[in-house]
Design a protein around this ligand. Structure first.
Ligand code: HEM
Length: 495
């Protein structure tokens, strides 16, 4: 009986395997796929996924070899990478490519929250309502305007104290910069600020980091969700699940505090404004579960990206003392030492502006953006993009393509300045993505980067601990490309 059962199961598995392979080759033959590395049924394109040390480089080489639209595979999923900003903008402005692909992690997250999707992984009416609401609410809270500027300056001043306390000794910038950035977004979302050593806050930093860095086990789980039942992957799966529960508990605590002390006229932060909308049943897609996940998304999307960009900026200043000296000279000439640069000072600080743009280009902190999904069969540049295909903007390639950039591996802010010292923008810099799902926090991120970077540069000379000028400037591999672990010395300036 037992042997018969095993026999039936094995034959079933074999038949399913044969069916899968036949369906795969039929699909290969039926569609005019974009060119790309060799793909195999189930395994995908192993050369695109296996080398975790050079994910960005592999994507770069594929773009150079196969052109502006490239097909690769992540396990069984077809992934099309777009390598030209014009094509990215055109494609991501079309409704058919607005949805997002999901992996088990986000399906699990939706399951834990009664099917809610938040903002980053929503689509349809839920996405439209939330996107409109977030844009209006951020604007009403003064993002990009004076009100928000004051809050950022306040946090920048706290950061300066933390850096001064290190007395020029080497420190890891992760904790102080994370707390600065988290406190800005935390105040907009839930009127909350944390000390850098607060245990809840340290957990949030760790979970956010864990959800944005790739490891071989996480990639395998994303490709083949059934691996969650296999022991070495089971541990990773359980840890990530634990993080999801941790996020939920953290944001629920804030929502509950707001609900318990609800005052209709208060409108102090994002949670207040959202609860008011739920109480009016307008829009109908709003509910507490969506609020929880939207808070989580806004916090994660807004915190790790901006923190990482600032850490890159300071590391690049330490490794490029000539650029650092030019930033110092420009700030000293235009901003009194006892005050902070304001957004309205940008025009007087072209070199500093060019430096921040060059940091975005060089670091390419979100190297392939956030995935998009083809909702129906469609075409791009004459190639078929079948329903269900995942799409990525190859931002790293756009920022490093030797056809568009002179010596792209060199950090050189001058490339964004005209001969008469004016900032010159480039369509080939797109750190915030393009099209209908372009970053919702761009104005806030730009304000934070400018105010916090100038505040630190005005007051410190940033150096590597050994006094040298070379460090490993290769990015880590993940949804967010971080710096390699490093420490920096902040030596107070006497101007
Ligand atoms: C340097 C900082 C930042 C960078 C480089 C960045 C980059 C990006 C990119 C590349 C996308 C994907 C665009 C696409 O899907 O095509 C995105 C989406 C998003 N970002 Fe940012 N971001 C930053 C800061 C922020 C901040 C501060 C917030 C929140 C206040 C934020 C909230 C979001 C949200 C909610 C989305 C999803 C939008 C949607 O799905 O419709 N980001 N960001």
């Amino acid at each position: 009986m037992f042997l018969a059962l095993i026999g039936t199961l094995s034959s079933g598995a074999l038949l399913y395997g044969l069916y899968y392979i036949a369906a795969w080759y039929l699909r290969e033959w039926r569609y005019r796929w974009p060119p790309g590395p060799r793909c195999l049924p189930l395994i995908g394109s192993p050369q695109s996924q296996s080398d975790l040390k050079s994910f960005q480089r592999t994507n770069y080489n594929n773009a150079k070899k196969y052109g502006s639209v490239v097909r690769t595979m992540l396990g069984p999923h077809a992934v099309v990478q777009l390598n030209d900003p014009k094509i990215i903008k055109e494609a991501f402005s079309r409704d058919v490519f607005v949805p997002r692909p999901t992996i088990w992690y986000f399906d699990e997250r939706a399951r834990m929250n009664d099917g809610a999707t938040g903002i980053v992984f929503s689509h349809g009416q839920t996405w439209k309502d939330h996107r409109r609401f977030i844009l209006h609410t951020l604007r009403d809270f003064g993002v990009g305007k004076f009100k928000m500027e004051e809050k950022i300056v306040e946090e920048a001043a706290t950061l300066i104290k933390l850096l001064e306390a290190a007395n020029g000794q080497p420190i890891d910038t992760r904790a102080p910069i994370s707390s600065t950035v988290a406190n800005v977004i935390g105040s907009v979302l839930m009127s909350k600020r944390y000390e850098p050593d607060d245990p809840d806050f340290l957990n949030i930093i760790r979970w956010t980091r864990e959800s944005t860095q790739f490891t071989p086990k996480k990639i395998a789980l994303a490709s083949f969700p059934f691996l969650r039942y296999v022991p070495p992957f089971l541990t990773t799966y359980s840890e990530l699940l634990g993080n999801l529960l941790g996020f939920k508990k953290f944001f629920w605590q804030h929502c509950k505090e707001h609900l318990d002390n609800w005052q209709p006229e208060r409108n102090a932060d994002f949670i207040d404004t959202y609860i008011a909308a739920i109480k009016k049943h307008e829009p109908a897609t709003f509910n507490l579960n969506e609020l929880l996940l939207t808070l989580d998304d806004m916090f994660e999307a807004g915190f790790e990206t901006t923190t990482t960009t600032l850490r890159w900026a300071l590391l690049l200043m330490a490794t490029h003392p000539d650029s650092q000296a030019k930033v110092h000279a420009e700030l000293d000439k235009n901003i009194p030492f006892d005050s902070f640069a304001k957004l309205s000072d940008k025009e007087q600080l072209p070199y500093t502006e060019a430096t921040i743009t060059e940091v975005h280009r060089f670091a390419s902190v979100v190297p392939v953006g956030v995935g998009h999904l083809a909702e129906e069969d469609a075409t791009i540049q004459g190639y078929d993009i079948p329903k269900g295909t995942w799409l990525q903007a190859n931002i790293y390639f756009v920022h490093h393509n030797t056809d568009w950039w002179d010596q792209p591996e060199q950090f050189n802010p001058d490339r964004f300045l005209t001969k008469d010292n004016q900032v010159q923008a480039s369509d080939n810099v797109m750190p915030f993505g393009l099209g209908k799902r372009r970053c919702l926090g761009e104005a806030l991120a730009r304000a934070e980067l400018f105010i916090i970077f100038t505040a630190v540069m005005q007051r410190f000379t940033v150096r590597l601990p050994d006094g040298g000028q070379t460090a490993d400037l290769s990015p880590t591999v993940g949804v967010i490309a971080d710096t390699q672990p490093h420490q920096l010395c902040f030596v107070p300036r006497n101007v």
